[in-house]
Design a protein around this ligand. Structure first.
Ligand code: BES
Ligand code: MN
Ligand code: ZN
Length: 495
């Protein structure tokens, strides 16, 4: 087993002389108007005007901002490649981050020197490099890997110390996103409810408080909907509470609630075999909540945020819940379990109720890989948002847009919630085939106090992708960590 340390960027001062002798790849910048900074000029001089020729080419003139050009085996340079990034000195956050992603993609196993002078968005570009430069090698044996180690990316900056401190926040975000991805990529025989709770307990070293409620505690609290989901598994249910207190005690916290189904077989309403292995990611909501809290603690956010994750495994067995069973939720409402595969809402309804009763939050956001139906609606491009509050929902949409993480609002309302009427109990856990993700959200809404601004985010389509996504290689994306971090920065920090 090999655990790869996240890429660390090495920051050095600007050094014109070093350019000739640097090996690997050197990246320099030229503005769309063809202006070179001193570092690019130096390369141009060394290579007897190859950058001047590039600037004059149709290729350069007609290409979009953010494009990378390469000049292989340049004259009088030890480098094997010079990459020229066509970009404004001041550009948008997204263009800068995207350029970073492109640089990381071409990196391979050679060293890179980013000689981007005083490019104004260098932090964001480096964030793009870091986010894309992710590998999950926990289960590859060392022999099967041809590992490149160490600081393979060096950044030249005229004020290295200042730049290092600016990069700190980007690293906090990178750490949160990587925590989320690592948890999602981990298989379910390793990441049991027990192991998940242990990994979250380790976050206390970042300065947050961790509390773990065990099976008995959940029983005493009356969380029978949650417990019913786990009763067929030999892994015990656990509710982990992560509290970050960066603001005064009298500030009501934001509550983040995550679905943490470590594996979803469907239970007695068993899922078909094809693709069932993907259900190792059914704890994606819990992983995002953990990632956000880790980022907040790492960057010492001036906010109070409490994260609650319901950890459980949905298995068929002699002790498993049956279709038709009726359970009483912590709120007191009875639920007829029509389909044991609609388990996420049964976990969330109790955890959300507990979050509101105990923490009296100023707002609540839950994240869950809740329905296959959201993938039918929105594919892998957008998470589905459902809300009882236009302000909060718009703030989440704005933050998602700012971070280039897709999100789209879906409706709620009486015509949907009435589909959950049960003949025998107060409600049933499925509403039929039509509007599957909306009736799932409508179920959750019944467990939200009307005065609490609430957004439900269905991340079933975006938590993990089969091909690479904007900021990540194939697999877990970490969708939502950046969006929620930005939401909190914009709306839930004091001072
Ligand atoms: N975990 C699944 C939803 C899911 C599907 C997540 C695909 C990621 C990818 C959820 O628990 C589930 O099984 N939902 C059912 C609900 C149905 C039984 C009403 C579904 O979507 O089919
Ligand atoms: Mn399910
Ligand atoms: Zn599920």
């Amino acid at each position: 087993m090999k655990t790869i340390k996240p890429l660390n960027l090495k920051i050095i001062g600007s050094d014109l002389e070093a350019l000739a002798t640097t090996t690997g790849i050197i990246v320099v910048l030229i503005t769309p108007k063809g202006v070179m900074d001193p570092l690019a000029k130096r390369i141009n001089k060394l290579t007897r005007g190859s950058l001047t020729r590039l600037i004059g080419s149709k290729h350069f003139i007609e290409s979009d901002t953010g494009k990378l050009f390469s000049i292989d085996f340049p004259e009088r340079c030890a480098a094997e490649k010079i990459c020229v990034l066509k970009i404004e000195r001041r550009t948008s956050k997204l263009i800068a981050r995207k350029a970073g992603v492109e640089i990381a993609k071409m990196k391979g196993s050679v060293e890179i020197l980013l000689a981007l002078g005083n490019f104004a968005n260098l932090v964001e570009l480096c964030k793009g490099v870091m986010l894309r430069e992710y590998k999950f090698y926990n289960h590859k044996t060392e022999d099967s890997l041809n590992l490149e180690d160490g600081d393979l990316i060096t950044v030249m900056h005229k004020e290295p110390e200042i730049f290092k401190s600016e990069l700190n926040e980007a690293e906090a975000i990178r750490d949160g996103v990587f925590l989320t991805r690592n948890l999602i990529n981990e298989p379910s025989n390793i990441l049991t409810t027990e192991e998940f709770a242990n990994r979250l307990a380790e976050l206390s070293k970042l300065g947050m408080k961790i509390e773990i409620l065990e099976d008995d505690d959940l029983r005493n609290l009356g969380m029978n909907a949650f417990l019913g989901v786990g009763q067929g598994s030999s892994s015990p249910c656990k509710l982990v509470i992560m509290s970050w207190s960066g603001a005064n005690d009298d500030v009501a916290p934001l509550a983040l609630v995550g679905k943490g189904v470590v594996f979803d077989t469907g239970g007695i309403s068993l899922k078909p075999a094809g693709g069932m292995e993907d259900m190792t990611m059914d704890m994606g909501g819990a992983a995002v909540v953990a990632g956000v809290l880790a980022t907040l603690a790492r960057r010492k956010s001036a906010s109070n945020v409490v994260g609650l994750v319901g950890l459980v495994e949905n298995m068929p067995s002699g002790t498993a819940q049956r279709p038709g069973d009726i359970v009483k939720s912590m709120k007191g409402d009875t639920i007829e379990v029509i389909n044991t595969d609609a388990e996420g809402r049964l976990v969330l309804c109790d955890v959300m109720w507990y979050a509101q009763e105990r923490f009296k939050p100023s707002a609540m956001i839950d994240l869950a890989t809740l329905t296959g139906a959201i993938i039918v609606s929105l594919g892998h491009e957008n998470a589905g948002l459902f809300s009882n509050n236009d302000w909060l929902c718009n703030e989440v949409l704005k933050a998602a847009d700012f971070e280039n993480e897709g999100a789209w609002r879906m409706p709620l309302g009486k015509p949907y919630s009435k589909l959950l009427k049960s003949r025998l109990a107060d409600i049933k856990n499925v509403g039929g085939r039509a509007a599957g993700s909306i009736t799932a959200a409508a179920f959750l809404e019944k467990f939200v106090k009307p005065e609490i601004p609430w957004v439900h985010i269905d991340i079933a389509g975006v938590a993990q992708t089969k091909s690479e996504s904007d900021h990540a290689p194939a697999g877990a994306t970490g969708w939502g960590v950046m969006t929620l971090d930005t939401l909190i920065k914009n709306n839930f920090e004091c001072g």
